[in-house]
Design a protein around this ligand. Sequence first.
Ligand SMILES: Nc1ncnc2c1ncn2[C@@H]1O[C@H](COP(=O)(O)OP(=O)(O)OP(=O)(O)O)[C@@H](O)[C@H]1O
Ligand SMILES: [Mg+2]
Length: 350
Amino acid sequence: MARPTPHYPLFDRLFRHSVAVDLGTANTLIYTDNGGIVLNEPSVVAFQKESAAGQKRVAAVGTEARQLLGRAPSNVEAVRPMRHGVIANFSAAEQMIRQFVVMARPRPLFSRRAAFTLCVPAGATQVERRAIKEAAVAAGAWKVSLIGESLASAVGAGLPVSEAVGSMVVDIGGGTTEVGVISLGGLAYSGSIRVGGDSFDMAIVSYVRNLYGVLLGEQTAEHVKKGIGSAVRDVPVEHMNATGRSVEDGLPRTVQLSNHDIADAIDGPLRQVIGAVKRALESAPAELVTDIAHSGIVLTGGGALLGNLGRRLTNELGLDVRVADEPLTCAVRGAGAAAAAGLLDDSAYE
Ligand SMILES: Nc1ncnc2c1ncn2[C@@H]1O[C@H](COP(=O)(O)OP(=O)(O)OP(=O)(O)O)[C@@H](O)[C@H]1O
Ligand SMILES: [Mg+2]
C-alpha cells in the first residue's frame, strides 16, 4: 500500500497534522512532529456501569485506570484492551484511543484531524490490522498508515536503517517480542512471538504460587521484576518482599524473593525470546547476519530494561548486545521520524 506521503504537502503541512501512535499492550504513546512525545500512559481504560441495562461510560484512562486494575469497586470495570500487541476488545480500545487523543492535544493545531502512523506487530493478522485502523479512524484520524514495530524501533534506536548494511533490533514489549533484520530501509526478516513482559509477570506469579503457596497479583509480580528481575543467576543476591494471598488459608502473606528466584521463574519465556532471536539469525540473509556479527544486536521496548538481559543474550548468542537509549519510547519516536522524513521504503507502510 501507499507510503504516507501527503498528496498536497503544503496543504497538509498547514492544515493537517501528523501523529505517530504506539498502541502497545502495556503502554500507549503519542508523538507529534512538533511536540515530541505528548502522551505516555498505560493502555488501560476503566468503565463505570451507569444503569441496570448495562450502559457504560469511561470513568478513567491511563495511569488512573491502571490503579483500578484488580481493585475496582463492583460498578467499575478496568480493562486492558490490547493483548499481544493487537486489539482484544474493540470498543474499549476505541474509547481509550479517543480519550488519549483528547488528552494529548497540546495546541489547537492538534484538534484538526490528524494523519496517524500506527505501530503494529509483524505477527498481526489482516483482521487485527483492520481493527487497529478502524479504531484510529473512529478516534479522529483522517488517514492511517501502519508500520512494523521493529522497523519503527530500529529508527527510534538510531540504527542505520537506510544503509546497505544489516542491523538487528529486538523489541520486547508487554505482549510481544519482535525481531527485525533491517537493511536499505526495509525489513529483510521479521519475526514476532506472543511472549513479552506480561509473560515474565505471569511466570513469576506461577513460580511463587508453586514454590511458596502464595498467589501474587500481576502488578505485584511486575513490581518485583522491575525491582530485582535478572535474566542470569550468577549475580550477587538481592532480595525484595512481595505480599499476596496464601493458597492454604486465603490470608495475606509476605514472601521474600531473590533475583535468583526471578531468574528461575522467567527462564521459560526468556528461552522463547532467545529462540526467536536464534531463528532470525538462522533465517536472515547470510550477508546481513555477517553485518550483525560486527554491529551486534540492539534491544528496545520495556522488556529491554530487565536486569542483565544483554549479558544473557551475549552468553547465549556470542554477539554484542546493547540496550537502546530510552527503550520504552523508541517505537513511537521512530514511527514519527520515519513518517516525517520518508526514511523507509514503501514496503514499510501499509
Ligand atoms: N525495569 C524493567 N525491568 C523489566 N521489565 C520492565 C522494566 N520496565 C518496564 N518493563 C516491562 O516492559 C513492558 C512494557 O514495555 P513496552 O511499553 O515497550 O510494551 P508495549 O509496547 O506496551 O507492548 P507491545 O509492544 O508488546 O504491544 C512491561 O511488561 C513492563 O513490565
Ligand atoms: Mg511495543
